[in-house]
Design a protein around this ligand. Structure first.
Ligand code: ADP
Length: 160
């Protein structure tokens, strides 16, 4: 059976932290589906199309990675995609507590799907999309925190 993992998130925007988790998880799975959440209730900073475009720019040449948008329950999306794993990254104990609740609920909903966690690389443990958004909002330079191929475009973006 193919090992297919779904890596769900907002990716608003993608950071080096996300990229690192995906690249490190590639040898573990046959395929990683980066599932970009479309959440009607939660307004994103960058539109879905831009978030998807940036992910595709980073992973376009990577045969083991697919970028797909989704809405609804993550476990339902996994079943639809034939994925047996959910991939998540852990930076802090706060992440752990949050992920533990979601992981347990997902397990209760769909026992055949396992959530797999990778610890953040130490250099990205303080990095989040929200920090990148804050820097951009205030006219700062995010080059150190986002994939190099996106730095210029992100630095010149207004978010809309
Ligand atoms: P969500 O809104 O679902 O938290 P995010 O796009 O913020 O979506 O994060 C998606 C996943 O990437 C989560 O598992 C999160 O913990 C992980 N992640 C985000 N930033 C980092 C980082 N710097 N290091 C490791 N994992 C990270």
């Amino acid at each position: 059976m193919q090992k297919i993992a779904v890596f769900p998130g907002s990716f608003d925007p993608i950071t080096c932290g996300h990229e690192s988790i995906i690249r490190r998880a590639l040898p573990v799975f046959d395929k990683i589906i980066v599932a970009v959440g479309e959440n009607a209730e939660k307004k994103s900073f960058f539109p879905l199309e831009i978030r998807m475009k940036w992910l595709k720019m980073v992973f376009g040449d990577e045969p083991g990675v697919e970028i797909i948008k989704y809405s609804g329950l993550t476990v339902d999306f996994c079943v639809k995609m034939n994925a047996n794993y959910i991939l998540r990254g852990l930076r802090t104990s706060a992440d752990f507590e949050f992920e533990r609740t979601i992981g347990l609920m997902n397990k209760a909903l769909t026992p055949e799907i396992e959530t797999v966690f990778l610890l953040s690389a130490p250099e990205y443990a303080a990095l989040s999309s929200s920090v990148v958004r804050d820097i951009l909002r205030n006219g700062g330079n995010v080059s150190k925190f986002v994939p190099a191929i996106l730095a210029a475009e992100m630095n010149s973006s207004t978010g809309l």
